[in-house]
Design a protein around this ligand. Sequence first.
Ligand SMILES: Cc1cc2nc3c(=O)[nH]c(=O)nc-3n(C[C@H](O)[C@H](O)[C@H](O)COP(=O)(O)O)c2cc1C
Length: 258
Amino acid sequence: MNQTIEILRKRKSVREYENREVSAEVRAEILNATLRAPTAGNLTLYSILEVTDQSLKDKLVTTCDSQPFIATAPMVWIFLADYQRWYDYFHVSGVEELCAQQGIPMLKPEEGDLFLACCDALIAAQTAVVAAEALGLGSCYIGDIIENYETHRDIFNLPPYTFPIGMVVFGYPTQTQKERIQTPRFDQKFIVFENQYRSLDRDEFNEMFFERQKFISKNKIAEGIDTFGKATYLRKFSAEYSAEMRRSVREMLKVWKK
Ligand SMILES: Cc1cc2nc3c(=O)[nH]c(=O)nc-3n(C[C@H](O)[C@H](O)[C@H](O)COP(=O)(O)O)c2cc1C
């Protein structure tokens, strides 16, 4: 099998790390590969905030829904959607005066710009994940960085037109993690459509979740809950962390909508 395809197909999230630092050379390789990720308009609408201070990693454990393994990861990168750099540069390069001369208002970044910046940041994040994987490191996304906007803004000194859209923690996988079986995926026919979107019917959902149900009950995640739909609604969609995520994003959007 092609080596890149093999890396992609064998990847899994890693949440337990060997007590081993990431060398400066390996870090540089990952970073250089990451910075080659595609970026909308070649604008680099993201920043990477590397968290090296152990007390900040410890704080992230709490602010990201109590996930202790964050504190044990030797490398922690927060991917910020970032329009602040361009907005600052527009000011520095005289856009305000230009707009005044032309009698037009100087625009501020809005939600659409945020979406594009989020695309950039996440594409960079996934590039880092793949580069790390190629060098023997495991990684795990921490989506909960989207929560607690105000706290993260304050502890990381984030200016208004930035938003931490993803965090990835990296480290060398322990033997147990290396041996852990991969999580299942849905069959392609439920995920890939041709030309037109198609909603699934009850039978298709039953078929789609048949394999997943076995995986879930084996992992005792859905004990006492008879469908994966109910379990997922309770564990994910209506969970406390989801409520906090929604609140946090609403708060952040107030800044971008001003
Ligand atoms: C956007 C995003 C957010 C995630 N957030 C977390 C998280 O906060 N904690 C965690 O342990 N895993 C997190 N993950 C990892 C997923 O749980 C994992 O990718 C999924 O269960 C599939 O497992 P696999 O990556 O091993 O194939 C996240 C993944 C993504 C893409």
